[in-house]
Write a protein that binds this ligand. Structure first.
Ligand code: EPU
Length: 303
């Protein structure tokens, strides 16, 4: 990589396990953090020139990398993507800010809307890309504008975003850099009360202290994946060191030294069992990548 007038950080041979909540993944050839928009533009130009695979990583809370790592550039967003400003009931926020941090800040200033989403561990960019949600709310429902850059270096802005449950609405090569959200004014103490209630509900039903990537599969319409897997008696079931959580069956836990292959095997197994028993095809919520950045869908071809 030749990055002229680049002000961010450039590292090589970095273990991805350190950057994912599953704590799984071999080394990436490159890990590059543009510190601002111009840096990101320079980096994308170089990526186009070299045709090297790339992946934009937020908090690493919804992704499974390969045991072989990544033969390309993992991009993480630096300081100027971690700012936020509030004006009236509108918030402009960088894609590198975590949802939890934003929810706490907006609650403190008397802006309501993010309380159900506060416990989601991801960054705003990652959460918007997959339309993360909880307790019936989804992030994109609150977004009035999303800005970013595509792999050709074109700055793009999306308004009037139409989204549905856990759907991807932006082009695959679009990097979200900034979001604008419209919230509702309310009393800070009431917002905090709701926020605490949601966090507590999450704590009591989900294995938050263990290494996972949240829910592994989406919920099929009108059904709960956790319940389906639970009904199969699979809580605690393991492939290698990857285990179906004993607390919530849609979570896969790395019990210590799980490999990416262990998790893939478990996903494949669960999907087959759910299909055989309930005739339901589970869709992945997590992103699984091979070492060249190609998306994988283990067990997705069941017939
Ligand atoms: N259930 C079981 N066994 C289990 C887990 C759940 O029987 O092992 C039952 C529960 O008792 C409940 C129903 O299934 O009656 C629904 O469970 P829960 O309230 O835990 O919600 P969920 O549908 O499993 C969804 C989201 C979560 C989000 C929670 C809270 C999906 C795939 N999951 O879980 O999102 O935090 O609601 O609203 O939409 C994530 O996206 O990573 C995630 C964890």
């Amino acid at each position: 990589m030749k990055l002229v007038e680049f002000h961010g950080s450039v590292h090589t041979d970095i273990p991805l396990a350190r950057f994912t909540t599953w704590k799984i993944g071999g080394n990436t050839d490159w890990m590059i953090m543009p510190s601002n928009f111009d840096d990101l533009d320079i980096l994308m130009t170089e990526i186009r020139r070299t045709r090297i695979p790339w992946f934009i990583l937020g908090n690493g809370s919804n992704v499974l990398f390969s045991d072989k790592g990544f033969r390309g550039v993992v991009i993480t967003l630096g300081t100027s993507f971690k700012r936020m400003s509030i004006s009236g009931d509108t918030v402009r926020v960088g894609a590198g800010v975590t949802l939890n941090h934003l929810a706490q800040q907006t609650a403190a200033t008397g802006l309501s809307g993010l309380e159900p989403l506060a416990g989601i561990p991801g960054t705003l960019g990652g959460a918007a890309a997959v339309n993360a949600g909880a307790f019936g709310s989804s992030l994109l429902d609150l977004c009035i504008e999303i800005n970013g850059i595509d792999s050709l270096g074109v700055k793009r802005s999306f308004k009037n975003i139409f989204s549905s449950y856990r759907s991807r609405v932006f082009p695959d090569d679009f990097i979200i850099t900034e979001l604008q959200l419209k919230l509702t004014k309310d009393d800070p103490s009431r917002i905090h009360e709701h926020l605490s209630k949601y966090l507590e509900r999450r704590r009591s039903t989900q294995p938050l202290a263990e290494a996972s990537a949240g829910c592994t599969f989406k919920n099929p319409e009108n059904q709960g994946t956790g319940r389906l897997i639970d009904e199969l008696g699979l809580k605690g079931f393991q492939k290698g060191q990857a285990m179906i959580s004993k607390k919530h069956a849609n979570f896969i836990i790395n019990t210590g030294n799980a490999s990416s292959a262990d998790v893939v095997e478990l996903i494949d197994y669960v999907r087959k069992r759910v299909w055989e028993r309930f005739n339901v095809k589970l869709e992945l919520e997590v992103i699984i990548l091979d070492e060249y950045g190609k998306g994988l869908d283990p067990g997705g071809d069941i017939k």
